[in-house]
Design a protein around this ligand. Structure first.
Ligand code: GLP
Length: 278
């Protein structure tokens, strides 16, 4: 175990230093590829245990460049015959809105390419929020998404990345009161300008980036029994420091993870960790 000892933390498994920051485990890996492999190994371990205990595992998944190595490692583990997704159900965090699942920029396409088509996950158990519902019904459909998660027994684990503005999923910075933000459901949201700028290259220009998205709300995310947050690179250092060492506030959505810190593990590289005061 690692502690706030002011000496750089303890030696963790998989070539990392382990710290504790306000009750959250913070693992700093020299190489982000090792962090991804370790995150995949933990997800498999959590899933195996859940399958042993209740015959199924429910994993919350994220998109973005950060978790690509996790999906590559999960696909590899499956190909080597070491883990089957037969008894796994997945719930992705978010989808652009409006968005066809077949669009090359949809998160459904992303997940299909990087994970769903690589493993034996059943198509009716690989869930991504629906970017095709009429806007007037998007919140209703979002509430149903939360009910599906609940009916599946809740998330055994949730994998998260973080936006430069501290968003998780597409829960964007807002003035919402803390209690309300903690209870937020899956819903239609407006994207922050920084988020749209960061997605501009993928869409071939800012104008092409949707202005809205459907995101899993904080309630389902925070309800996960284990939360793994990945962040790599110096452009995430400010968001990571605010999330871990600032006050919990909806202005930095990732800081809301402090309210369940005993279930949270951050997996960082030295660049994303450099704003932390160990
Ligand atoms: C998007 C996703 C987030 C993700 C973030 C960071 O906004 N909705 O879930 O964490 O991007 O992406 P990247 O990992 O590419 O930096």
């Amino acid at each position: 175990m690692g502690f706030d000892r002011g000496d750089g933390g303890a030696e963790g498994s998989g070539g990392c230093r382990e710290h504790s920051v306000r009750g959250a485990r913070v693992l700093v890996f020299e190489d982000s590829r090792d962090a991804c492999r370790e995150a995949a190994a933990r997800l498999v371990e959590i899933a195996r245990e859940a399958i042993r205990e209740r015959d199924k595992a429910v994993l919350g998944l994220a998109t973005g460049k950060t978790p690509l190595g996790v999906y590559a490692a999960l696909a590899q583990t499956h190909k080597e015959g070491l883990f089957s997704f037969r008894n796994v159900t997945t719930y992705n965090l978010d989808e652009y809105y409006p968005m066809s699942p077949r669009d090359p920029n949809s998160y459904r396409t992303f997940m299909h390419r990087h994970l769903f088509s690589q493993v034996d996950l059943a198509p009716n158990r690989a869930h991504v929020p629906d970017g095709t519902v009429p806007a007037a019904f998007a919140d209703e459909t979002g509430a149903a998404y939360d009910r599906w998660i609940e009916a599946d027994g809740g998330l055994d684990a949730q994998l998260l990345g973080i936006g430069r503005n501290g968003h998780i999923g597409f829960n964007e910075p807002s003035e919402t009161a803390l209690e309300e933000a903690l209870r937020s459901p899956t819903r239609l949201v407006e994207l922050d300008v920084m988020t749209r700028h960061d997605a501009a290259a993928d869409f071939g220009g800012l104008e092409q980036v949707p202005t809205r998205a459907v995101t899993m709300g904080m309630k389902s995310i925070l309800g996960a029994r284990s939360i793994l947050v990945l962040a790599f690179g110096s452009n995430k250092a400010g968001a990571v420091a605010n999330a871990l060492q600032g006050h919990p506030t909806a202005l930095v959505p990732a800081s809301l993870l402090q309210t369940v810190s005993e279930r949270v593990t951050w997996m960082l590289d030295p660049d994303s960790a450099r704003g932390l005061d160990f």
